[in-house]
Design a protein around this ligand. Structure first.
Ligand code: NAD
Ligand code: MG
Length: 301
């Protein structure tokens, strides 16, 4: 492929393949410490002002999929608030700087979203900053692999549900006080919510709950003109798995190898699905779906 070909929007471009360096971190993980660094700039993406003048809140927008979504939304003309844990401030600053370089505003909302009050606060602060809320991306999550149910304490089970499921309910309830017809809610689900996963039954169950919530709410909000959808990624190269205390160094090195494409997705390859689902130019007749972005793995849904 010539250098000129590589500039074309539709040119195939290579993404990193396993094996990766066998590095591990502790939760929630920091993107700045990952090697190779996850790709989130989406250099081949051509924006079309699809979200011009809109305001979005992206939870977990400091890193991984959330950062790539926040950056792509900014490329499409939206102002962005990102919510994340205070220990991730360094990653959040990188997201903020990238968005500001694109000419959009980025408000930082550090805080633990596993309480209703913090979710309410995140919504209110987004509306205070931008005067509106058009898109909610409920994306933050917690995951710990285990061998058996005996390893999952009640407190761990609770943490997983309070991080992955409850905020979708709390954030949506608060967001609906501000959203107008044309608004969109996008939740991050997972392949594990569709087919289960041996080592993360609790996490997989949260994703199944998200799918059912999204489908139900899509129907409830149809006459309000608010669309509700989810994205179900397969393996993606982000801090979540590198920082999973139940995943050893060998598993990190070979992460995503078993997909038909033989590698995990980079965040920039998952983020366009979130633009698609948020954009009324693209997805005005789409609500209540769980969109798989799984590198060739298929589900019978
Ligand atoms: P990530 O670690 O970059 O993002 C997860 C984010 O969740 C963290 O950055 C953190 O800010 C946030 N978070 C966790 N606990 C929180 C809390 N209590 N309060 C506030 N924020 C909190 O990893 P990612 O892979 O980009 O994860 C984003 C989403 O993608 C998650 O919903 C995850 O379940 C989903 N997902 C990831 C994969 C994958 O292979 N990486 C696959 C399928 C689905
Ligand atoms: Mg993070």
């Amino acid at each position: 492929m010539s250098a000129r070909d590589d500039q074309r929007t539709n040119a195939p471009h290579r993404e990193p393949e396993p094996p990766f360096p066998a590095r591990q971190q502790s939760p929630p993980g920091i993107e700045a410490a990952m090697r190779p660094a996850p790709h989130f700039h989406a250099a081949h993406y051509r924006a079309a002002d699809k979200l011009e003048g809109l305001a979005a809140l992206v939870t977990g927008g400091d890193s991984g999929i959330g950062r790539a979504v926040a950056v792509l939304y900014a490329k499409e003309g939206a102002d962005i608030a990102i919510a994340y844990l205070p220990s991730e401030e360094a990653d959040a600053r990188v997201t903020q700087q990238t968005i500001e370089e694109l000419g959009q505003r980025c408000v930082l909302l550090p805080g633990d979203l596993s309480t209703a009050s913090e979710c309410d606060r995140a919504i209110e602060r987004t509306v205070q900053a931008f005067g509106r809320l058009d898109i909610l991306v409920s994306n933050a999550a917690h995951q710990v692999q285990t061998e058996s149910l005996d390893e999952i304490s009640d407190a761990m089970f609770d943490t997983t549900f309070r991080t992955n499921v409850y905020p979708l309910f709390w954030l949506t309830r608060a967001a609906l006080r501000h959203m107008q017809p044309g608004a969109a809610i996008v939740a991050t689900s997972s392949k594990t919510g569709l087919v289960g996963a041996r080592h993360i039954p609790d996490y997989s169950a949260t994703k199944g709950a998200i799918n059912a919530f999204v489908k139900s709410l899509a129907v409830q909000l149809a006459d309000k003109g608010i669309r509700v959808n989810a994205v179900a990624p397969g393996p993606v190269w982000t801090p979540l798995n590198v920082a999973d205390p139940g995943r050893d160094a060998h598993q990190v090195a070979h992460f995503g190898e078993d997909t038909p494409l033989g590698r995990p997705a980079q965040p920039e390859e998952v983020a366009p699905a979130y633009v698609f689902l948020a954009s009324n130019a693209d997805a005005s007749f789409i609500t209540g779906i769980v969109l798989p972005v799984m590198g060739g793995e298929t589900v019978g849904a």
